[in-house]
Design a binder for this molecule. Structure first.
Ligand SMILES: Nc1nc2c(c(=O)[nH]1)N[C@H]1C(S)=C(S)[C@@H](COP(=O)(O)O)O[C@H]1N2
Ligand SMILES: [Mo]
Length: 166
């Protein structure tokens, strides 16, 4: 009887873990599907909203930025995108210098930004075009560009979610 109970508890634990894994996979897949439709999942203090990205928005601008990889490669690129501050503010975020923002990608790559970085003029953009063309496949619908970073380590490709905490 005791052994039987242990067996049941073991099965229950496995079932719960399986459900949690499936739930997590589904929510990531949902975010990926949305991003393909130029919709961005924006989480404000734990509440998820959908941002409709539009290249027709007057805040959508073109700019130059140098991509510097850690291996020494340097690329002079021209991008078109929206300032991340504009996106977050249009969703109702009150960005402070010490706000914390997490950017999540389709491959689960995550990077962190501070409010100060996002508020810095001409620094953080969510882009959809590189050198006049739609982004290459591996960069997804949205790529993060941080013009004032020394290296492009945080230039997150294939962004699907932005989480904001005041
Ligand atoms: N989604 C995602 N974005 C990412 C990465 C990654 O692993 N996943 N790597 C980063 C790093 S370390 C660099 S240098 C730049 C450029 O990467 P590349 O050398 O693969 O072009 O992308 C950044 N963005
Ligand atoms: Mo890198």
């Amino acid at each position: 009887m005791k052994r039987y109970a242990k067996y049941l508890i073991g099965l229950a634990v496995i079932a719960v873990v399986a459900v949690l894994v499936m739930f997590n996979r589904n929510s990531v897949q949902e975010d990926i599907d949305r991003a393909s439709a130029k919709q961005l999942s924006v989480v404000l203090d734990g509440v998820e909203q959908i941002y409709e990205y539009s290249e027709e928005d007057p805040a959508y601008v073109e700019f130059d930025a140098q991509m510097r990889k850690k291996n020494g490669d340097v690329y002079d690129n021209h991008y078109a995108g929206m300032p991340l501050s504009t996106i977050l503010e249009s969703m109702g975020a009150a960005i402070q210098e010490d706000s914390a923002v997490t950017v999540t990608c389709a491959d689960q790559y995550e990077i962190q930004l501070t409010g100060a970085e996002i508020l810095a003029e001409g620094n953080v953009y969510l882009v959809t075009k590189e050198n006049g063309e739609p982004l290459p496949e591996e960069s997804g619908s949205f790529m993060l560009v941080i013009t004032q970073d020394e290296f492009s380590t945080r230039w997150a490709k294939n962004v699907v979610k932005v989480s904001f905490g005041a």
